[in-house]
Design a protein around this ligand. Structure first.
Ligand SMILES: Cc1ncc(COP(=O)(O)O)c(C=O)c1O
Length: 381
């Protein structure tokens, strides 16, 4: 059988899981309104930061009594601020089902040295929230970027929980519905679903999280970059755009441009629908091809953003080398960039299907997967 390269190519080959593809039609000219060379504390800068907070609230449907802050060090910074500032007041449960969640476990157990209950699921599975005690503080990742598995809904999180829920939603926010009443701390960075830039994190706090911040002081010291309170009171300025330290106004402008684009495609619903339609293209391809499968074992928990795939073919001799070779071939052909599985994840591919990706590009990529797979099977022999 001859294996010929498909005629059609994705118009945009960027399928990286972060930083993710910029919004359709992006050009640097779109950032010309950035107040460069001006103080972020001048009215012009503060207004931009406030607009970013307001648009985040509007698009994500964050309740009016939740605080939204722009914080340093991307999603990692936002998560660490929450862990360091809030934990230690009551028992902690750490839930993990992939690399980043496991990283938060390490921080809490080894750095903060808290006697947390650790609940882990292997790659492709998720911890069943029915088994979690939400009267403890619970830390989890909404969408496992490196495992392609997501929390299906917040239904199993009790409304009357005593603990706080701390959710790393970086590869979910703007592409999945997040149940704000079930989330006390939510974090994300701009570089994921909206194709923004790295470096800045968003920290969203429920009134109960604020209450904890104002009533509890951790036993350990907190660097300035993590401090959310002063003299026992929340630093409210952080949540109206008075950032702890200097942000990049170019990145802020880029985030604003992406959110304005989001509004033109129907806001959150438009974003969620785009990711779902993209992921379905890959899922359908897996259904039609027995040699490739979703890493997510239960379709109810399959991610619609970071779709992780594994190869299933008895002819494959070295799984890791094979997957790498497929990804490399696709990159060399210029049809898919950065789609190798995460370094700590099982061998395979990871195709970002988030909201900035065009469905036609995912459709165009699928025949290339088949082509590269066959080519690598042949190359092995
Ligand atoms: C689930 C998850 N958490 C945290 C991070 C780290 O994000 P950042 O580099 O924006 O800090 C990532 C990045 O891919 C991620 O996927």
């Amino acid at each position: 059988m001859t294996n010929t390269a498909p005629a059609n190519r994705p118009a945009n080959a960027r399928f990286s899981s972060g930083p993710c593809a910029k919004i359709p039609g992006f050009s640097l000219d779109m950032l010309s309104d950035a107040p460069l060379g001006r103080s972020h504390r001048a009215a012009i800068g503060k207004n931009k930061l406030k607009e970013a907070i307001d648009l985040t609230r509007e698009i994500l449907g964050v309740p009016a009594d939740y605080r939204i802050g722009i914080v340093p060090a991307s999603d990692t910074g936002a998560v660490e601020m929450a862990l360091w500032s809030l934990l230690g007041a009551r028992k902690v449960t750490m839930c993990a089902w992939e690399s980043f969640g496991s990283g938060w476990v390490t921080d809490v157990v080894k750095q903060l040295k808290l006697d947390a209950e650790v609940k882990e699921a292997g790659y492709g599975d998720i911890v069943d929230f029915a088994t979690v005690d939400f009267n403890t503080d619970v830390v989890f990742t909404w969408n496992g970027t490196t495992s392609g598995v997501r929390v299906p809904s917040g239904d199993k999180i009790p409304a009357d929980r005593e603990g706080l829920t701390i959710c790393d939603a970086t590869s979910a926010a703007f592409a999945m519905d997040l149940p704000w009443d079930k989330l006390d701390v939510t974090t994300f960075s701009w570089q994921k679903v909206l194709g923004g830039e790295g470096g800045h994190g968003v920290l969203i706090l429920s009134p109960r999280a604020v209450e904890r911040l104002e009533s509890y002081t951790p036993a350990w010291p907190l660097p300035k970059i993590f401090r959310l309170t002063s003299k026992g009171k929340l630093i409210e300025g952080i949540f109206v755009g008075e950032t702890i330290n200097t942000p990049s106004m170019l990145c802020v402008e880029d985030y604003l441009v992406a959110m304005k684009w989001a509004k033109t495609i129907g806001g959150l619903k438009g974003l969620v629908d785009r990711a779902a339609a993209n992921a379905k293209v890959v899922w359908d391809f897996c259904d039609a091809n027995p040699w490739i499968a979703n890493l997510a074992n239960d379709p109810a928990t399959a991610s619609t953003t970071s779709v992780c795939l594994k190869f299933n073919d008895a002819r494959i001799k070295d799984g890791a080398a094979f997957a790498k070779a497929v990804a490399k071939r696709l990159e060399k052909e210029g049809v898919a960039l950065d789609i190798g599985a995460y370094r700590d994840a099982p061998a395979g591919l990871r195709i970002w299907c988030g909201s900035t990706i065009e469905k036609a590009d995912v459709e165009a990529l699928m025949p290339w997967l088949a082509y590269a797979f066959e080519a690598e099977i042949a190359a092995q022999a």
